[in-house]
Design a protein around this ligand. Structure first.
Ligand code: SF4
Ligand code: SF4
Length: 703
């Protein structure tokens, strides 16, 4: 056609008229409908904001910096969406296409406004011309394809209805609207090209195909004009409908998720703080009513798209426990909707089912191991774990925890450790070793935090002894708290007993103050990732400023500085030659503290490079052993335990040694392997390294 042949001549005319073929009256209607659409959107958003305000205001500080990083990484770059197969790629295409098309439409608006302000004629654009225009048209066509490809995949997926994905009829509506808007955009472009005989239409590479199609059907420029205005209206009304629908459909996640991520308060392993003063004032602890959740948690309810990723990663769900983090969020969300419909004054009196016990069952709440897998995987930054632990607190306050876990808490309160052992036996693990107490060595550089498990459990005592041997070999000036050490309260807190936790933590903080244990003076080394996390995240909420490292980080540091040396690969006595070891990443170390390299660096000193046989789920994507969140103290039979699949995975590597770096992981995996009669030994990384040391005269040089 003529417009194709004249492309090279008409390069300078690269532009198009904004609102071409649209009468002044139609423009007025369009602006009126735009105002209506924006009004419906604003009303819907304001309604949601009013509902979010039902929740409690937050006492934690918001971080603008973290919020901006979250927006960049999780919204714009879709970091948590990437790497999730076809669904992740399709979401990126749909989201990317939508964002680019929205920005492109916004730029058209800016051009139109500038033309009005600067007195330009519609045929004399301000910036919408030349090379900019060519790139613009090309990018917009590309974005349309991305949007349609994303829609196509999600239509196919909804058709297949995989069980892990939530389904609502509105999802079909939204997808249909997006797809029709994308298609009519191309139809509109094709009609415009025919109507205007556009010079160089090739930059609109999809639009030109439509134009050729229309022309092959005999469409003339005059005929295209009528179809163009009809399609323009159809396209515009659908686009304005989508804008208005945002707060009323699943698209709400775009608003709520962005607000949630901008809040920048997502921290793995951190629980919401509890003020004892407030508890005394209100008599309330934990959550029994949805209004007691924080506002940002209510925003999370609106952000959840029921994608099921949290459920896929949940070890409790995998083990058949009555817990699906997705269902927890969705059930609380539905309950919240029902509550929000009731007038504030009538909420207490209304006969609605109880949130805790009826909507969310006690067994559901107790099934969680607090492994943080659900939080880490959620693309919207939602924490199902936060909802669970908040509700657990009310269960404990109401005396609804019974049996062995309740006894563990009672023993902890009575004796300072969940085993109920006497405090004076706390140094029994060090029999035969010369380990100095901080009272005798007040100038020590390092405080070795032994923890209850290694202090009282005979198997775990060997781990503490190995850590001591390694520190002595590296000539570290360390000491322990001895009988002054008490349980961190980590498990108590995650089981929901906040008062017991604060009592234990308060005591330990006083002990630290007494012996000058604080950042910049004395470092704490612990072989327990739960203790490390508690010191870093729980104790800091109580004002303690501690420098805490896990023993794998510390030993790696000692190796790097040359203070600790181990003989080369396959050392005698380790039984840990190349390819004979697999390593289990503890959730609280790998996922929560992001420590995955140090243990591997240490192990590779013994096994050689590439000597570790990795399990399919490793690093941050590790799978839970089942002990966290106080589950260690629950009386599960071996076949019902969370973490059975992890044991099977370890055995399937065919290695003879399972290396761990957490006392709870050691206990749980040892029990699991024994229950399966597996031919595998479980050892802490410190034990493996200590075995490589030449025999030394026992004693702490600084004792
Ligand atoms: S909480 Fe997050 S991961 Fe879980 S279903 Fe909702 S959006 Fe998906
Ligand atoms: S923290 Fe772990 S066990 Fe608890 S709900 Fe999340 S994924 Fe499941």
């Amino acid at each position: 056609m003529s417009y194709l042949m004249e492309e090279h001549v008409l390069a300078a005319a690269l532009t198009r008229e904004i609102f071409g073929n649209v009468s002044d009256a139609a423009k007025l209607w369009f602006w009126g409908l735009s105002a209506l659409s924006t009004g419906v959107l604003a009303w819907g958003v304001a309604r949601r904001v009013r509902r979010w305000r039902i929740g409690k205001s937050d006492t934690e500080r918001f971080s603008w910096r973290a919020g901006l990083i979250n927006l960049w990484q999780f919204v714009l770059l879709q970091r948590r969406v990437r790497g999730h197969g076809a669904a992740g790629a399709a979401h990126i295409l749909l989201f990317g296409g939508f964002v680019v098309l929205s920005i492109g439409t916004g730029l058209i608006g800016v051009e139109h406004l500038l033309e009005k302000l600067l007195g330009h004629a519609p045929t004399d654009p301000v910036f919408h011309k030349g090379l900019y225009f060519a790139v613009y048209e090309f990018v917009m066509d590309l974005a349309g394809l991305a949007l349609l490809a994303g829609c196509g995949f999600f239509v196919y997926r909804r058709w297949k209805r995989p069980p892990e994905v939530g389904h609502e009829w509105q999802d079909w509506l939204v997808l249909a609207l997006f797809a029709i808007i994308g298609m009519t955009g191309y139809v509109l472009e094709g009609l415009r090209i025919v109507r205007e005989q556009t010079p160089m239409p090739g930059v609109s590479f999809v639009g030109v195909l439509f134009a050729r199609g229309f022309e092959s059907l005999g469409m003339t420029p005059a005929g295209a004009s009528d179809w163009h205005i009809a399609t323009w209206w159809f396209h515009a009304v659908l686009a304005l409908t989508v804008i208005a629908l945002f707060p009323y459909t699943r698209l709400l996640h775009g608003i709520a998720g962005t607000v949630r991520l901008a809040a920048g308060i997502e921290r793995l392993g951190r629980l919401s703080p509890v003020s004892i003063e407030q508890v005394e004032e209100t008599g309330e602890i934990g959550v029994t009513r949805v209004e007691q959740f924080k506002r940002w948690q209510l925003i999370e309810l609106d952000a959840c798209v029921s994608c099921g990723r949290c459920e896929q990663q949940c070890p409790a769900f995998e083990a058949g426990k009555p817990l699906s983090p997705r269902s927890v969020v969705q059930d609380v969300r539905q309950h919240f909707e029902a509550v929000a419909m009731v007038r504030p004054a009538e909420r207490d009196g209304s006969a609605r089912p109880a949130l805790v016990g009826e909507i969310i069952l006690d067994e559901t709440l107790w099934s969680c191991t607090t492994c943080s897998a659900c939080v880490d995987v959620c693309p919207l930054g939602i924490s199902p774990l936060g909802f669970i632990t908040d509700m657990r607190r009310s269960l404990v306050a109401d005396g609804k925890l019974r049996g062995s876990p309740a006894q563990a808490l009672q023993k902890t309160g009575r004796t300072g450790n969940p085993w109920g052992m006497p405090a004076q036996d706390r140094m029994a693990w060090a029999d035969g070793l010369r380990v100095s107490n901080v009272q005798d060595n007040p100038d020590c550089d390092v405080l070795y935090w032994v923890g209850c498990a290694a202090a009282y459990d005979r198997r775990l005592q060997k781990v503490a002894r190995s850590v001591v041997k390694l520190m002595q070999a590296a000539d570290v000036n360390f000491a322990v708290l001895g009988n002054s050490e008490g349980c961190t309260g980590e498990a108590a807190r995650r089981m929901g007993d906040e008062l017991l936790f604060q009592q234990l933590a308060g005591k330990n903080i006083k002990t630290f103050e007494r012996f000058g244990v604080r950042r910049g003076v004395k470092r704490i080394v612990s072989h327990c990732p739960h203790c490390v996390n508690s010191f870093r995240q729980d104790y800091s909420q109580l004002g303690a400023d501690l420098d805490v490292v896990h023993h794998t980080e510390f030993l790696d540091e000692l190796m790097h500085t040359g203070r600790l040396r181990v003989p080369a690969e396959g050392s005698a006595g380790t039984g840990a030659t190349s390819a004979s070891i697999t390593y289990h990443d503890p959730c609280y170390l790998a996922r929560v503290q992001n420590v995955t390299a140090a243990p591997r660096a240490l192990l590779s000193r013994v096994t050689g490079e590439n000597g570790i046989v990795e399990m399919p789920r490793h690093g941050r994507q590790t799978s839970c052993c089942g002990a966290g969140g106080g589950r260690m103290w629950f009386d599960d039979t071996a076949d019902k335990r969370v973490g059975q699949s992890r044991v099977a995975e370890a055995l399937a590597t065919g290695t003879r040694t399972l290396c761990v770096s957490c006392p709870f992981c050691l206990t749980m995996t040892s029990d699991g392997i024994a229950a399966r009669n597996g031919d595998m030994t479980v050892r802490d990384i410190a034990e493996i390294l200590a075995d490589t040391l030449p025999p030394q005269p026992s004693g702490n040089q600084h004792a």
